[in-house]
Design a protein around this ligand. Sequence first.
Ligand code: MTE
Ligand code: MO
Length: 425
Amino acid sequence: MENPENPKQVGRRSFLKGGLMGGVALAGAATAGKAMAAGDPLITEVQDWNRYLGDGVDANPYGTPSQFEAHVVRKNVPWLTSDAISSINFTPLHALDGIITPNGLCFERHHGGVAVIEPTAHRLMINGLVDKPLVFTMDDLKRFPRENKVYFLECAANSGMEWRGAQLNGCQFTHGMLHCVMYTGVPLRTILAEAGVKTEGRWLLAEGADASAMTRSIPMEKALDDCLVAFGMNGEALRAEQGYPLRLVVPGWEGNMWVKWLRRLEVGDKPWQQREETSKYTDLLPDGKSRRFTWAMDVKSVITNPSPQAPIKHGKGPLVLSGLAWSGQGTIKRVDVTLDGGRNWHTARLDGPSLPKALHRFYYEFDWDGSELFLQSRAIDEQGFIQPTKDQLRSVRGSNSIYHNNGIQTWYVNKDGGIENVEIS
Ligand SMILES: Nc1nc2c(c(=O)[nH]1)N[C@H]1C(S)=C(S)[C@@H](COP(=O)(O)O)O[C@H]1N2
Ligand SMILES: [Mo]
């Protein structure tokens, strides 16, 4: 068959013949399909879905996933927090593909539960070191020119439970404080220009309208660079869990700064030293000092399939390994994959758009011979930053950290295709 993207017609057949998949010859090699089975009732019998009419167009005015996908849900780890109000659940990364996280599967992190705000009752105030303090309604905000941008959001605590060693069995739990969404919103600089930032105005305080009144200090350079005041996600209004009707988007920087239910922006001349930037979201180092204002999320990747919640069920032969890579510094330049715990590395295939500060999807296809594997991925971003091993991280940061763990993850695959979270430092 002709491959429209490749004039040399290098299709799957010649790909296999050419030995790129570990030198397997086409004849007799394991293939992903099965030989045609005589008398398979799923082919020879008329099935119910073929016999009876289905639901009409009005049965489901807001669509939901197929009932057979009901297991693909956000999950919480109950012992992590003492209640579900100030808690976290995790994106089921092992069950997703591409780079966009569906709205209903974006992990949630709330410090005071989900605020329920009637949009006509929402206000965004700008005060402090500005020429004209202003208040915007949602209708006012929708009269400014808007942009659509795809960004990942990663909680600084993502993978935090893995700092001292392998702990949670599944990339949903080790890496699922992560989502990637196309936001619709107004550039923050447009709103700030409307109020007129005074020359002494070097910092911005963003405040949420929820019961936790989340507050973070943001340097003015970032506010004027690529931040958005967003009201849309993946084409529709923000979900309540994600800050409806308005949230701050702070591309590439730790999730805590992306204030949800955004109600106030104060311009000041120094940071405010709020709880979330002093006692929380700082990193205790071995010498007793703490790193603070560690805003950017560094280059990171994880293999999402296979992984503990997505074991290999098909036995030997063709296998599609897939994962995600991202960097708060820009795009991903390369992802390497190893099957043997880091002895040999192979360059993975990046697929889909490569957008700055967004998730990148990678694949590595190979023929599994049924032997044990130690799977790892290692990402390199456009600035040349290389994802570190956990030992490299600990040699600089010690063992008391929680936040900003971008170390290399290992999955151990046994001969039956079962998978466990292990650590190879
Ligand atoms: N108002 C408010 N904004 C907030 C929070 C919050 O509790 N209240 N949690 C923060 C944290 S710690 C993270 S990681 C992100 C999570 O965003 P999400 O719930 O859309 O995944 O929101 C941030 N913004
Ligand atoms: Mo967070």
